[in-house]
Design a protein around this ligand. Sequence first.
Ligand code: EPU
Length: 441
Amino acid sequence: MSDLFRIKGGIPLKGTISVSGAKNVALKVLTASLLFEGEVILKNIPQIGDVYGVMGLIQDLGGEVEFVEKSTVRVNSSGINANKLDLLVASKIRASFMFFAPLLHRFNEAHIPNPGGCRLGARPIDRVVSGMEALGVTVNYDSDTGFFHANMNKKPQGRYRFSKVSHTGTELLIMLGAISDGETIIENAALEPEVDDLIMLLNDGGASIRRYNDDIIITGAEKLVQKNPFTIRADRNEAATHAVLAITTEGDITLTNLATNDLDAFNKQILRAGGGIEALSESEIRYFYQGPLKGIDITTEPHPGFMTDWQPPMAIMLTQAEGESLIHEKMFENRFSYVEELQKVGADIQYVTLPVDNPDTFYEFNYEPGKEYKQAIRITGKTPLHNAVLQISDLRAGATLAIAALIAPGESIVHGAQHLERGYEDFVEKVRSVGGTIDKA
Ligand code: EPU
């Protein structure tokens, strides 16, 4: 199977790109559709690897799901007749543990493999499991089979406070509480706007879910029935990737079909670094090169801070900025897998240790004293980039390496296209539409 990009870089990219629907909403609303009675229509769903993975899991369980138009999906869960996910497929998709909600509602027990997704550190689900237990679900892990087994004997309800935020953990508890005869309260819930799309879908179907800052109060419905097709928001991670592509190739790209205010924290840093931005409307924004860039310091944060998913593309932009930049990754372990690859194209990037007073509370992953972490990098610019043969190891790193190849004059080969295609719809076509030379081979 072809799994590489052949890219010729060094040309300013100019034009317009329409941003696709958000991966991190699509995966959740597809899973949440299984809580509904009858048919659910979802719009703006991107045709990407992870979406096909979740659709495959639904079909394996006996559900019906198909693209009825380019970005419209129809789901009907009435045929679901199994409560165990396939080990091979589910273990590759981190969001697969969200299936606990619909499977528990249907069967009162569910069997799901230890979730995977990008290899961004250990990524345990301890907080998620404690949250489920607080709502009355019993969860056991079988280390021989790699499966979590969950069961319940009453509708989930109760109160749970996340010790540290969890985006998908919050979403799973919302789904569990959405069909219930009682109330569920989630404290220190994730604030990401993607979570609000899930809430809107469930409220439209009959649940009552209200957010008060980082508290979410859920009054479950007896049943969920969709009244209107649901359109998901645009992918702000895809948008950030194309924005960096515009600025680093010294080009000019207008992004359409997105909620521009989802990018506020990103835009603030682009402006600090000297990138050009023109807000054209609430759904259109132009990114352009307006002169030399300068180095900046960034720390990734939960929403409304600078997203972890934006730091890999931002790193490549900062290789083209004058002076020193620092990136401190607070959300995940192991999110710098692109560093060695960027060094191959000539970037000056070094790992550094930044002093942190209380690492246990500062980092959002489960920090273990004594363990060696690589949580920060220093980038010194501006360095000319040259072509190379590169290897993608995770989704956002993939976009970063593709951008590096589009900056570097000459031909580069980027292996591991499937990682990028897990999350970027029509990447090749979109890059070509703004003048880039890229082929999948
Ligand atoms: N964590 C635990 N235990 C838990 C839950 C989380 O240790 O029970 C740790 C994680 O390992 C991580 C941190 O806590 O270090 C934050 O994890 P969180 O649960 O918030 O992240 P996630 O839900 O796994 C989602 C997105 C990520 C995005 C983050 C932050 C999906 C499928 N994934 O991850 O997206 O970076 O929230 O917004 O929604 C991507 O799209 O490339 C991606 C990784």
